[in-house]
Design a protein around this ligand. Structure first.
Ligand code: GDP
Ligand code: MG
Length: 163
């Protein structure tokens, strides 16, 4: 039995970077400019011995008539409902922003299982954000660096019981 992991969180926290690392191909576009990926992207993930399906909630930044907040909520709810476990990503360098609270709220109400991850945690710049993440009330945050591959064995340890 395998499982599906959805990576959710506001634009620019590093969701697609983690998705690419897990899938090992450039299925999701990553760019310094938000807005290059669209809607939900699904791929086969590999982490140590684990094989699972990963969903990247992209498309949050595409300009439409819908507000960004409405779009974030709609796409995130779709991804959450498809997933067995959600990786809720915040930016450890930015700390907890009001938009992050919206996601925390959706996840608390809707997700079966949440892993809170503070990305961009490499070096010292992420220390404050990692501590702030406790205030979201979703348990102990996992410090990650999707770009540099830090925190992957800790992520594996958290996912292993679900496999
Ligand atoms: P998304 O909008 O949440 O999908 O975010 P992206 O994956 O597109 O990444 C947004 C920006 O953050 C890009 O410039 C990435 O290179 C950068 N980024 C992603 N992960 C890390 C990380 O672990 N550390 C740092 N410093 N930057 C990162
Ligand atoms: Mg993206």
């Amino acid at each position: 039995m395998s499982f599906t992991l959805a990576i959710v969180g506001r634009p620019n926290v590093g969701k697609s970077t983690l998705f690419n690392r897990l899938v090992g191909r450039k299925l999701a576009l990553v760019d310094d400019q938000p807005g290059v990926t669209r809607d939900l992207r699904e791929g086969p993930a590999k982490l140590g011995p684990l094989r699972f399906t990963v969903i990247d909630t992209a498309g949050l930044e595409v300009a439409t008539d819908e507000s960004l907040q409405g779009r974030m909520r709609r796409l995130t709810e779709r991804a959450v409902d498809m997933a067995d476990v959600c990786l809720f990503m915040i930016d450890a360098r930015a700390g907890v922003l009001p938009a992050d609270e919206i996601f925390a709220d959706i996840l608390r109400k809707r997700a079966k299982h949440v892993i809170l991850a503070a990305n961009k945690a490499e070096g010292r710049a992420g220390q404050g954000g990692l501590i702030e993440a406790y205030s979201l009330g979703l348990g102990e945050p996992l410090g990650l660096s999707a770009e540099h591959g830090e925190g992957m064995s800790e992520l594996l340890a958290m996912l292993q019981p679900l496999a």
